[in-house]
Write a protein that binds this ligand. Structure first.
Ligand code: PBG
Length: 321
């Protein structure tokens, strides 16, 4: 007698019955860009179908996110003016904070409103932190700005703040600042394991980043797995409610290791370059867009991510419903 695993693959209903992993729109988060002073949505060349929103078109998307039943929207701001310390990030009328308020007013608690807590969109040098006299990213001076930024985001209405700058101690600092100001319920989604990745290329266009050089002194070396576990442990100890691995597809081993290690939910971010690769291949007819997108998302879930950030969130919700 031979073993027959094929017996369980005979029909769609049978395959569905025994599927170990499922994709659910409730677990998807849509990253969105909002541009200060934009009078109409601006396409992003390297991310077909993704735009820099106006405040009004952003509110429309938030409404669609509620209707689609996805879990959240993650907002990134594109300011008109940048400076050395990223002032636009902390001011009440900075584009990101204004947008958070508009979206939260619209959706209430029907979708989670999340904010990228990082300076790179707001600094004229494009780094994720402030610089010291020698032009290096100053970890501890940056933490003070992050605290202020997170507070501004919580005040504006963010349910979730997401520190993504990979500064040491950022989660603990932000947790203390939020608690001291009465925002004990504001959730911290920590970009715990964030690699210095080539797959962020299209994002830099999306936020019109002015970065010269790279982020290798703060983002992680793609060679390292154990370092991610150290980062994840530190963030959990500092009070992270959710820990994230980024990018997703080239780092599924990291997702799996993090999910096996911690009891908080693990998220993964399918980044701009991952989206762009599928889009470019699909545009040539080299892969089936829908099948490739859904397979990539399912794989990220199978690796152990409970939450997935993806530019496909609304499309996927439609495909799955
Ligand atoms: C930092 C940030 C980046 C992304 C999300 N948050 C850029 C970077 O670290 O260089 C990239 C997301 C993507 O590529 O989709 N604010």
């Amino acid at each position: 007698m031979i073993e027959r695993p094929r017996r369980l693959r005979q029909t769609p209903v049978l395959r569905r019955l025994v599927a170990q992993t499922r994709l659910d729109p409730a677990q998807l988060v849509l990253p969105v860009f909002v541009a200060e002073g934009a009078s109409s949505p601006r396409p992003i060349g390297s991310m077909p179908g993704v735009v820099q929103h106006t405040l009004d078109s952003l509110v429309d998307v938030a409404r669609r996110a509620v209707a689609a039943g996805i879990g959240g929207v993650m907002l990134f701001g594109v300011p008109e003016r940048k400076d050395a310390i990223g002032s636009g990030a902390c001011s009440r009328d900075g584009i990101l904070n204004v947008a958070l308020g508009r979206v939260r007013d619209e959706v209430g608690d029907d979708v989670l409103v999340m904010a990228d807590t990082c300076l790179d969109e707001f600094t004229d040098h494009g780094h994720c932190g402030v610089l010291d006299a020698r032009g290096r990213v100053d970890n501890d001076a940056t933490l003070e700005v992050y605290n202020e930024m997170a507070l501004a985001q919580a005040r504006a209405g963010a349910h979730v703040v997401a520190p993504s700058g990979m500064m040491d101690g950022q989660v603990g600092a932000i947790r203390s600042a939020l608690d001291a100001a009465g925002f004990e319920d504001t959730i911290i989604l920590a970009y715990a394991a964030k690699y210095a990745s080539a797959f962020y290329g299209p994002f830099r266009e999306a936020v019109q980043s002015s970065l010269q050089g790279d982020r290798r002194t703060y983002q992680q070396d793609p060679a390292n797995l154990l370092e991610s576990l150290r980062e994840v442990d530190l963030d959990v100890a500092e009070g992270a409610d959710i820990v994230m691995v980024k990018p997703a597809m080239s780092y599924l081993d990291v997702v799996a290791a993090a999910a096996a290690r911690v009891t908080v939910p693990v998220a993964a971010y399918q980044v701009s370059g991952e989206y762009a690769m599928i889009e470019a291949a699909a545009a040539h007819g080299w892969v089936d867009r829908r099948a490739a997108a859904l397979e990539s998302l399912l794989s990220i879930r199978r690796a152990g991510a409970r939450v997935v950030l993806t530019y496909y969130a609304l499309d996927a919700a439609q495909w799955l419903n």
